[in-house]
Every structure is written in C-alpha cells, then in structure tokens.
Design a protein around this ligand. Structure first.
Ligand code: GLU
Length: 322
C-alpha cells in the first residue's frame, strides 16, 4: 500500500487536518505500507513556505511520520507541486493532443451570471458551456481583446461508478459536473489535474481524505483513465465540525495544532481526542499515534459529519472555551 498526506500550505494545520492526516497515516501503517508527503503548493497566492515548514513540524510532533517527502526525498521526487509543473504541462499537452481541451475566455462574473439565468443551472453547478464551441474567428476576437483563456476539458456524458471504502457505491454522471478547468488563465494548473498526475505518477494506491472532495472524485477517476494512470482506492472520511456548526478550518484559530501545543496540550491528548471521535477509544484517553495502529478500522468510523460540541477532553474542563 502507498498512501499520502497532501496538505496545502495555505495556513496553520488545525484539528480537522490532523483528523484526516491521522486516519490516512493509520491506514498506511496498519498495512505496513509507505507514506508519502506531498506539499500541494500550486497556488502561489495562497501557499507560503513557512506554512509548509510548520505543517511538517506539526505532523512530526503528532507522531505522524512519512517515508518520502520534500525534506527526505524519495523515488518519486520532487514532492512539492511547485516543482512538478513540467509534469502537469506534459499532461496538458496530452489532453490537448487528444482534442479534449478548449480555451475558455469566460470571466468568473460571466459564468456566474449565465448560471443564474432563468432555467439555467444553479450557481456552483456545471459550466454553462459558453466557450465550448467557439469558432476560430470568435477565439481570435477574444484574443485580440487581450483576454487570456483558461483551458477547460470537454467532459463526456458518461457515468462514473466507483466504490468508496467508506461511502460505499458512488455513481455520478459527468455531465452533471460539466466541463472543468484544467489550467487557469494565469497558467496555474488546476488542483483536479495536479492531484491526478501526482497520485498516478507517485504510485499512490490509497487516497484517504475529507469527504468534501467526494464530489471531485468522479471527474478525477475519468482523468486517470484518460491519462492512462492507475486509479487508486478512495476513502472519504467525514469532516469535523465545530460547535458553531461550521467545518473546522483556519477560522477556528485556537484549534490549530501549534496553538494547542503552545497551550500545553500534549500530542497524546490530541491523538486520544481524535481516536475518541473515530470510535477507536473511549473519550478522554491519551495515546501515542503508534499505539493506535492496531485499533484502526474504516468500519467503525461514523458516516455522518462529526460535530464537536465539547472540547473538555482536549482542553480540560477549566478551559472549554469553544
Ligand atoms: N490539498 C488538498 C487539501 O489540503 C487535499 C487534496 C487531496 O487530498 O486530494 O485540502
């Protein structure tokens, strides 16, 4: 088994990131497999090297180690997306040669207003297709106005089926997803492309990640197939939500791993807290990550969003602020 951590260094690691990282790590360690760490720092505006450093420090402090990564290298180097752009460019070229890409000159605002048109698809759903069949002349006009295109992929009207190790059987018709962006107009490759190229070329056999990415999986599987890359097994775990009903994120600043550590919360307590949420241990226990390996199973994991209403087990009763 080959698994991976694929964090985006766009902020401090928080309890929600630690949750998925712990489960991915347990899955690999339980199977005696290999763990790769890949920094998903594609977006230059959001990624910062200091966050990447801090993420590695936090993972290591939690006891979640990796066998290959940006620091230690490995057979699938490089392990930073920023250093892998030539691989994405090659994939774009292949898709272009297959006639699967077209330039899209739509701005976000145009896509939004088309989506909101009466009887049109709702906002956030499939691309309405304005640039799908532009004539050569129309493309030239856009270019002459100085518009730089994004590259979109023609998505076929096919159904993709897969069995998620947690969510069970998933079926999705790609026409519902619509033509998606492979390369932004500023030349930055899209996550959807990069993640497929990376997991495919790095020989990743098991992808365990948050279920917010479940809806991306069908199109990713289709891309694996088109690019002739091996499709991994997927396990989409339920995400953690705070008492405010919102997904744990950077907003919950005092639940960053660094903040918890500064506050004197031990790694064993954090791992124990997460193990309690997973149903592996009674609530309130402390445990080191390696001692949890034998408790790992996907079957026990809850299938519904996990709302944390009480942080007493993590922070102690005097400081249950959140
Ligand atoms: N980099 C993504 C994130 O931090 C994870 C992508 C993935 O696991 O496929 O949310």
């Amino acid at each position: 088994m080959r698994g991976r951590f694929a964090p985006s260094p766009s902020g401090e690691m928080h309890l929600g990131n630690a949750w998925t990282a712990l489960l991915a790590w347990l899955q690999v360690r339980r199977a005696g497999g290999t763990m790769a760490l890949r920094m998903e720092d594609l977006d230059p505006e959001r990624s910062k090297p200091e966050y990447a450093e801090a993420l590695m420090e936090d993972l290591a402090w939690l006891g979640l180690d990796w066998d290959e990564g940006p620091d230690s290298g490995g057979p699938y180097s490089p392990y930073r997306q920023d250093d892998r752009r030539s691989l994405y460019a090659q994939a774009v070229k292949r898709l272009e040669q297959m006639g699967l890409l077209y330039p899209c000159y739509c701005t976000r605002a145009e896509i939004r207003s088309a989506s909101l048109a009466p009887n049109g698809p709702e906002e956030g759903s499939a691309y309405p297709g304005a640039c799908r069949s532009l004539s050569v002349e129309e493309r030239r006009q856009n270019e002459s106005q100085g518009r730089r295109p994004a590259l979109r992929v023609y998505v076929p009207d096919t159904e993709v089926n897969f069995v998620d190790l947690i969510q069970g059987e998933v079926r999705e018709n790609l026409s519902q997803v619509g033509d998606f962006v492979i390369q932004r107009s500023d030349g930055v490759h899209a996550y959807q492309l990069a993640v497929v190229v990376d997991d495919g070329l790095m020989g990743i056999t098991h992808v365990l990640r948050g279920d917010d990415l479940l809806s991306s999986t069908a199109r990713q599987i289709w891309l694996y197939q088109v690019l002739d890359l091996p499709v991994p097994e997927f396990a989409h775990v339920p995400l953690l939500y705070g008492p405010d009903g919102r997904r744990l994120s950077k907003r919950h600043g005092d639940l960053s791993i660094a903040a918890l550590r500064r506050r004197g919360v031990k790694a064993e307590r954090i791992i124990g807290f997460l193990a309690g949420l997973a149903g592996y241990l009674p609530r309130g226990e402390e445990i080191k990550a390696p001692d949890l390996i034998d408790f790992f199973t996907l079957e026990k994991l809850p299938r519904i969003p996990l709302i944390i209403t009480d942080y007493t087990d993590l922070l102690g009763s005097a400081s249950n602020k959140k």
